[in-house]
Design a protein around this ligand. Structure first.
Ligand SMILES: Cc1cc2nc3c(=O)[nH]c(=O)nc-3n(C[C@H](O)[C@H](O)[C@H](O)COP(=O)(O)OP(=O)(O)OC[C@H]3O[C@@H](n4cnc5c(N)ncnc54)[C@H](O)[C@@H]3O)c2cc1C
Length: 371
């Protein structure tokens, strides 16, 4: 595979590999390799190391602290992160709200928020979903009512990942009632220490603690915390979701897990011919998807923003992630309980979050196939 890369790109790969091998703290590497959950401090430490190196935000424009890498370099980076067992930084600040602030925010907002996202000083979470408004997100009921230069926010957000660690939340809230439900929604930033915000944990099926309910009760936020125009939140929400979906394919992570699976099958001499065939089939699908992702990256580098094609990456990538976790479970059978079984259960989430896979199929039908 590496033969297709130029000498400069191969040198870049070496540099990245060496950096991860020498700078990633050993305790974090061991946790990632073992599939153990990371704590906030693990993410924060690795974030600071990448920040010092200037490698924290490959997808930002260079003027705001982006790396200036080509799509191929980003691809190499992603691969090496997986091969070196480095954690992926949380996406809510770096890959979600930051591109929104860059695209739709004003200069004051860029100056206030971007440096602290870049340095890892402030953690973020995403306040989109509500009980009853997940796939049909535009039906959301959280209200932000104007009181002079303040919004007063009331509502409940649910399934909010990492809210227990977050310093800030970006919220979609209704600032006016309009005949069309997509209208009248605004994109508002709230400091998590604002009175009236309560975070309640939700335990996932594998026993983990990664998602929460966030209750907002008379939360007073300055109007200057709105990004973009009042009522323009739906447009921003869609922009962010397209960014969110490109990253969810998780191809290098899948490669790494496949490799572990191959090692397991060889070492333990387990699995019948049918199981080996299923593993090979998943690998073929993964390599095909890797090329689709490279095409998307090439289009992005030519200035195109990620479009409905990211839905294809989301569906196929998450199907492959789930298939690998299922194969590992089938291979180990009753011995799967320590890491493999919790991962299998945890990975059921991948076809639900970032817009369920059924919804992605609707997007493909409508926007690509024009059905
Ligand atoms: C682990 C995890 C983390 C999450 N993190 C966050 C987060 O940080 N922030 C945030 O805002 N949200 C988050 N979410 C919420 C996530 O975005 C929603 O769960 C998702 O959008 C689905 O919404 P829902 O759960 O309300 O299910 P529903 O919308 O009620 O859907 C139920 C089922 O019906 C199907 N369905 C619904 N409508 C259609 C349709 N029109 N056509 C075909 N099928 C349909 C769905 O595919 C699904 O299978 C997270 C979810 C999970 C599981």
């Amino acid at each position: 595979m590496d033969l297709a890369f130029s000498p400069e790109e191969r040198a870049f790969r070496e540099e990245v590999r060496e950096f991860i091998a020498t700078r990633l703290p050993e305790d974090i590497r061991r946790k990632v390799q073992a599939g153990d959950p990371l704590v906030k401090d693990d993410y924060a430490r690795w974030h600071r190391i990448l920040h010092e190196q200037g490698w924290v935000a490959p997808n930002w424009p260079k003027e705001y602290g982006g790396t200036g890498w080509t799509p191929v370099q980003k691809h190499i980076w992603e691969e090496e992160v997986s091969y070196g067992w480095a954690p992926r930084l949380l996406p809510f600040g770096l890959s979600m709200v930051a591109p929104v602030i860059i695209e739709f925010g004003n200069d004051e907002q860029r100056a206030r928020y971007l440096p602290k996202i870049h340095s890892g000083e402030e953690f973020w979470c995403q306040g989109y979903s509500e009980p009853g408004s997940g796939s049909d997100l535009a039906s959301l009921q959280t209200r932000a009512e104007r009181d002079g230069e303040t919004y007063v926010i009331n509502g409940t957000k649910t399934w909010i990942t990492a809210a227990q660690w977050a310093d800030w939340i970006f919220v979609l809230a209704r600032t006016s009632q309009e005949p069309k439900k997509q209208d009248g929604i605004s994109f508002i930033l709230a400091d998590m220490t604002t009175p009236g915000i309560t975070v309640r944990p939700i335990q996932t099926i594998d026993g983990g603690r990664e998602i929460n309910e966030v209750h907002l009760e008379n939360v007073r936020v300055p109007v200057t915390n709105r990004v973009g125009g009042e009522g323009e939140g739906w447009n921003i929400a869609k922009f962010l979701l397209e960014h969110e979906r490109t990253g969810t394919a998780g191809i290098p992570g899948c490669r790494q897990q496949l490799e572990s699976l191959y090692e397991l099958l060889a070492h333990e001499k387990i699995g019948d011919r049918r199981l080996h065939e299923r593993v090979a089939q998943v690998e073929i699908e993964l390599e095909a998807l890797a090329f689709t992702e490279l095409r998307t990256l090439a289009a992005e580098s030519a200035g195109k923003r990620p479009g409905p094609e990211s839905s294809i990456l989301k569906i196929k990538g998450t199907e492959i992630q789930q298939a690998i976790s299922e194969l590992a479970l089938d291979a180990l059978g009753p011995y799967a309980e320590r890491h493999v079984a919790p991962k299998y259960f945890n990975y059921r989430k991948t076809s639900i979050y970032a817009g369920s896979n059924e919804i992605q199929k609707n997007i493909i039908a409508k926007r690509i196939l024009k059905l």
